[in-house]
Design a protein around this ligand. Structure first.
Ligand SMILES: [Zn+2]
Length: 377
């Protein structure tokens, strides 16, 4: 069983599914072949190609009553500077009990552990439906899962609970903050820097805007959510200016945004609009526009919810709140209560020499098997 998890995880890691562009169909095929070879009873395996080269893999086992969906993404973040890797990021290998490669912990190790747990249900009589969903594009815009849910290929008729295997050291995560993507653009007018009054300085306007964001964040921090904590807004990227003797006519600002329930996208955009009005009050020539293309809402499954309690019992760990985002809000919006529960630490993710402890992946697979038994059998 443990060997299976590692072998399958290796096959998945060896397929480069860096997003963008994704190419997740390569991993979806590996998983399709795995499930087709298993010949599970009463099982449908669907390779859901929603765009050229991009696919989810959806497996449904057992009768019609809603059961459990085990879910994980099959895209990975870019490998980055290859000289920082001891060996190739897409050349999976085990060394001293650790499986190395891009996606080992985030989250092809967990996907393999889930697939093997579904496989180990072979022969057992399921009273509720068991679903396995491997999704594409999570690291960019959740396009794969959105496609599955919007097209009703996966609904609450399939599953009453969802468990996502993002790395959580096998502690059940019952909530995390959300937040829209935020890009602010400042358009001014250039001039020779010896005559600054002839221009409209977009970089200085951006600086004023950033100070306002900082003090607004402090105010937002007074509204603490008892589970999710406080909203965090951080000025993280600034691009502006061309040359030291030119008044800059453009500047771009990215703000990292991690919000609690009450500070939804509309609330945040409204606040930034007010800041815009304040900072441009005496310099109307500079135009400020705010773009927000992606929105990951926060999610929270109550501490006493049966799924949270079940995951606590089976993992032996108390539930917690995570600092990172996952696909959980989309499942919750589709009416499927969700908990995140996966092997390994998120601090190993998105780094060179990413790894997962083989022992942890095996243990996760046993936990998923037990969840299947409790929910579906
Ligand atoms: Zn992930």
């Amino acid at each position: 069983m443990r060997g299976d998890v590692v072998e399958l995880a290796k096959l998945l890691i060896n397929e480069d599914t860096t997003a963008p562009p994704g190419n997740e169909k390569k991993c979806a095929r590996v998983l399709r072949d795995y499930f087709q070879d298993l010949h599970l009873d009463d099982c449908t395996v669907q390779l859901d190609e929603f765009a050229p080269g991009r696919a989810n893999l959806l497996v449904k086992v057992g009768p019609g009553r809603p059961g459990l969906v085990l879910s994980g993404h099959i895209d990975v973040v870019p490998a980055g500077d290859l000289t920082k890797w001891a060996t190739g990021p897409f050349d999976a290998h085990v060394r001293r009990g650790k499986l190395y490669g891009r996606g080992a912990v985030d989250m092809k190790g967990a996907v393999a552990a889930m697939a093997c747990a579904v496989g180990s249900a072979k022969g057992s009589k399921l009273k509720r439906r068991l679903v396995f969903a491997a999704t594409a594009g999570e690291e960019v815009d959740t396009v794969g899962l959105e496609s599955l849910l919007n097209q009703k290929k996966l609904t609450r008729e399939d599953a009453m609970y969802c468990v996502i295997g993002e790395p959580s050291e096998l502690k059940p995560v019952r909530g995390h903050r959300g937040g829209p993507s935020l890009m602010v653009k400042f358009a001014g007018r250039s001039a020779h820097a010896s005559k600054p009054e002839l221009g409209a300085n977009a970089v200085e306007m951006c600086a004023r805007f950033m100070m306002e964001v900082e003090s607004w964040e402090k105010k937002l921090g007074r509204q603490r959510d008892k589970d999710l904590g406080v909203t965090i807004l951080t000025n993280t990227v600034v691009r502006g200016g061309t040359k030291s003797n030119v008044i800059p006519d453009s500047c771009e600002l990215e703000i990292d945004c991690r919000t609690i329930m009450r500070h939804d996208r509309a609330y945040i955009l409204d606040g930034l609009q007010k800041i815009t009005e304040r900072v441009t009050d005496h310099q109307k020539e500079i135009k400020v526009s705010i773009e927000s293309n992606v929105d990951c809402p926060p999610f929270l499954t109550p501490r006493g919810h049966p799924l949270v309690r079940l995951c606590e019992e089976v993992s032996g760990n108390e539930s917690t709140i995570a600092g990172y985002g996952t696909e959980a809000p989309w499942y919750v919006a589709a009416g499927i209560p969700t908990v995140v529960l996966g092997p390994g630490s998120v601090f190993m993710a998105h780094k060179p020499d990413e790894y997962i402890e083989v022992r942890d992946a095996g243990r996760a697979s046993s936990v998923y098997s037990e969840l299947i038994r409790r929910v579906c059998s």
